[in-house]
Design a protein. Sequence first.
Length: 105
Amino acid sequence: MKTKKRKRNKTTPKNILKILIGFFIFAVVYLLFFSGPRSVIQYFKQTTYKKSLQKEIQSLKNEKQSLKKEAERLKNDLDYIEKIAREKYNMKKKDEKVYKIIKEK
């Protein structure tokens, strides 16, 4: 009967080097993806936030443009001013009468 000799796993410098390299790679990947202000996760959050701010800026620019048009119209268009005064502030001319119509429930 032949007995097989078992090889013992010895911690050789080669094995230790492989373990250290594996640990180093794991540490670098962890640092890049999960920790610190320059992580990949933070990058994607900041990119999403930047896009939302750009959309908000564009909507505010559109609102500003419409307000400029409204202001210009209020400066120059007398018919528009009269319409706003009548609808919004219930104003009337001297010779006019205003009737309120009450709807029955």
